[in-house]
Design a protein around this ligand. Structure first.
Ligand code: 2DT
Ligand code: MG
Length: 212
């Protein structure tokens, strides 16, 4: 349970198109925060380990077909099933780095043509990130980076639509990181933003909820 003695951890979310460098940067950030003495875990959504996550994984690898609304709600359910553990970790002082979150949920489903407000609704009440870092890269540049795999959504025309919806979702609190720069530069920028945020959360910034 929560302890009054422990400073709380920060909820840090990295978002961006496929091949924007999120996963690489998440693991670099994990090492950095741990080395700086902050208890930290790296999470990702979809979490393919749970039974809901296995349904999502089968869908993404084209082993199953699902209605667009149905898969949207499964992605959301996959966050809801981790919500209480997430809150407990944060309240007991662990910082969480999360590779994709509700913004991916809304951007990808909206890019398929679903109503954006309908897409946001099931996310209401999940924990709001303390910081969203958006790794900004054009779909064309991203595609040049060793190309996409063969999962659903990994096509440049679709990624362009996703980028437009990310643009719609972003607000002034997001940190937009130029993901076209050298990996070390990106890494340093992320570290600066995140260290500030981790300190702010430790000194009592309250947790808040989506969608606001
Ligand atoms: P990875 O390549 O990061 O494993 O993601 N997606 C993700 C959604 O459509 N909705 C969501 O809620 C989330 C978290 C983005 C697999 C793909 O799943 C998409 C890419
Ligand atoms: Mg992918």
């Amino acid at each position: 349970g929560a302890s009054a003695n422990n400073p709380r951890g920060a909820l840090i979310v990295l978002e961006g198109l496929d091949r924007s460098g999120k996963s690489t940067q998440c693991s670099k950030l994990l090492s950095f925060l741990k080395a700086s003495g902050h208890p930290t875990e790296l999470w990702r959504f979809p979490d393919r380990e749970t039974s809901v996550g296995q349904m999502i994984s089968a869908y993404l690898s084209n082993k199953s077909q699902l209605d667009d609304h149905t898969i949207h709600l499964l992605f959301s359910a996959n966050r809801w099933e981790k919500r209480s553990l997430m809150e407990e970790k944060l309240k007991t002082g662990t910082t969480l780095i999360v590779d994709r979150y509700s913004y991916s949920g809304v951007a990808f489903s909206s890019a398929k043509g679903l109503c954006i407000d309908w897409c946001k609704a099931p996310e209401i009440g999940l924990l709001a990130p303390d910081s969203v870092l958006y790794l900004d890269i054009s779909p064309e540049r991203a595609a040049e980076r060793g190309g996409y795999g063969d999962e659903r959504y990994e096509r440049v025309e679709f990624q362009r639509k996703v980028a437009d919806f990310y643009q719609t979702l972003r607000d002034s609190s997001w940190k937009i990181i130029d993901a076209g720069e050298a990996m070390e530069e990106v890494e340093k920028k992320i570290q600066e933003v995140v260290l500030d945020k981790v300190r702010e959360c430790a000194t009592g910034k309250p947790l808040s909820l989506l969608w606001s």
